[in-house]
Design a protein around this ligand. Structure first.
Ligand code: SF4
Length: 214
């Protein structure tokens, strides 16, 4: 089915035969492989250098990302940047992206509230992520949050139980899961936030150690 005339079952047929990151991003900008293109302002593609050795994969863009067209530029992105710094990971060594590339939301008054993407939407969008990984060939892959972790490591993965431990993956020599940085913003007290950040940074230090060995 030609692009723009209706929904495709996945984005696979939209991946160019030969591509670099820019060409991939351009192709994704016109994606209508699932209904989310109508909801979001724009496709929010991954960002970072093709030479990045670490790929960080979240669930989907949020409100700020949807408006700006860039991943991890909102409040959760600021938490991520701070945690990367604390784990001594160079931002230029990290490519950031999401499993789903359009913002799924529902309105609550004037606010646009994040809604979890479903299996159909995730499956439709996954070819974009796999194409990014194929180009970058990261040494280390970190899934941020349950949606990304279960998409990349299977539905039995539990972030609370499996976080911070190397996991088997065909997508990178070292792969692990941790929480999504937005979870740190949702905890109630300063002390809980401090503890959650400490654990998040500890998980990222596992990635940092793997990068030093690579
Ligand atoms: S969410 Fe992914 S598959 Fe769905 S329209 Fe957007 S880019 Fe395409």
């Amino acid at each position: 089915m030609p692009r723009g005339k209706g929904l495709l079952s996945t984005a696979a047929s939209l991946i160019p035969e030969h591509y670099d990151l820019e060409q991939l991003k351009e192709a994704a900008a016109g994606c209508r492989a699932c209904p989310l293109w109508e909801r979001g302002t724009q496709t929010v593609f991954g960002e970072g250098l093709p030479t990045a050795r670490l790929i960080l994969v979240g669930e989907q863009p949020g409100d700020a990302e949807d408006r700006q067209g860039r991943p991890f530029v909102g409040p959760a992105g600021r938490v991520l940047d701070r945690a990367l710094g604390m784990a001594e990971i160079e931002r230029s060594d990290a490519y950031v992206t999401n499993v789903v590339k359009h913002f799924k939301w529902e309105s609550q008054g004037k606010r646009r509230l994040h809604t979890k993407p479903n299996a159909r939407e995730i499956g439709a969008c996954l070819p974009w992520l796999d194409a990014e990984i194929d180009l970058i060939r990261p040494q280390v892959l970190v899934a941020l949050g349950s949606t990304a972790a279960q998409t990349l490591f299977g539905p039995k993965l539990l972030v609370t139980r499996d976080r911070g431990h190397p996991l088997a993956s065909s997508r990178a020599p070292v792969a692990l899961a941790t929480i999504h940085p937005s979870a740190i913003l949702r905890v109630e007290t300063d002390e809980q936030r401090r503890q959650a950040m400490e654990l998040f940074v500890a998980d990222l230090r596992v990635a940092a150690a793997a990068l030093r060995k690579a």
